[in-house]
Design a protein around this ligand. Sequence first.
Ligand code: SAM
Length: 330
Amino acid sequence: MNKILEGDCFELIKDQADNSVDLIITSPPYADIVNYGKDISIKKPDEYVDWILPLFSEIYRVLKPSGSFILNINDNCKNGLRNTFIYDLISRNNKETKLKLYDTYIWHKMNGIPNGSKKRFRNNTEFIFHFVKDQKQLKFYMDRVLEEPAESYRNKKIKIRKTNKQVDSTGSSCDEFVEREVPLLVRPDNVFRFATAGASRDNTIRHPAPFNKELPEYFIKFLTDEGDVVLDVFSGIGTTGLPCKDLNRQYIGYELNAKYAEFSRKRINGEDTEQYVINQYDLEDNFIRSWNTITEIENTLGFDSHNHIEDCIRKGNKTSYGYKWKLEKK
Ligand SMILES: C[S@@+](CC[C@H](N)C(=O)[O-])C[C@H]1O[C@@H](n2cnc3c(N)ncnc32)[C@H](O)[C@@H]1O
């Protein structure tokens, strides 16, 4: 079953039964950053927590006790300083809802875009927060995400301290070590390395901030079983629905923008056959060349304003960097 519902997730989720969802994975609009269409309000950092927390309470209600809520979110900088609303969100969630913070992961964006500041490092990370309803009942299959150890550990032996303390000839306690081979597969660390979707040459170009499919796929694999229900409350163009289809999970998506909802239905059913490119024109409308992704433009031309070019594309003929940019069929 794949179900994309068009509407406001704060309302739609009220119709979802208690304890009925195995995994909620989502990336909400980040405070103040990207534009998703004229009727979709983007909250400012100081309004953000009040806006989103009621949704967290509903998420708690609909999650099964074994379920997880994976939240991908990021902050930004304003007036030279980094916002702190994400820390407020985590802290207020602890006090005001029953969802529990199980862990924090970092997503290292392998192709993060540059920024122009000489006094700030490039921002190549985002947060992924893992919330649960009941950590004792949590469904979690580590064996499905084991990884090869880092190169320097492969085929090596390591010393491991014995858990029971030994006593030496003087009667003092001492540590005893045993040597073990490094296993062929080990637990992953808590930094996930996925490229952004902008790096892939597909129709994700039609949405300003889609997931890379690998991100939801990873969490779906180790947190759910076949037949389980996966919900993305800010579904966008339905990227979470793609691995659900491949891995035989039931997908529910909520999306406020009708165009994205409509496109995501086609995309999940494999009907998004029209490929789009970004065409670059000079100010006299002479065609210069086609680009597959904004990331490709930025990496090649050295621009560093992802959102700016996105805005031009969606608003039509507006210019940026002395060019016109249009999203057109290939
Ligand atoms: C960061 S994007 C999610 C992209 C998605 N992960 C994907 O791969 O396509 C956030 C989405 O939330 C949608 N949105 C914003 N407010 C909403 C609301 N109240 N209810 C449902 N969707 C909403 C926006 O239109 C946007 O598509």
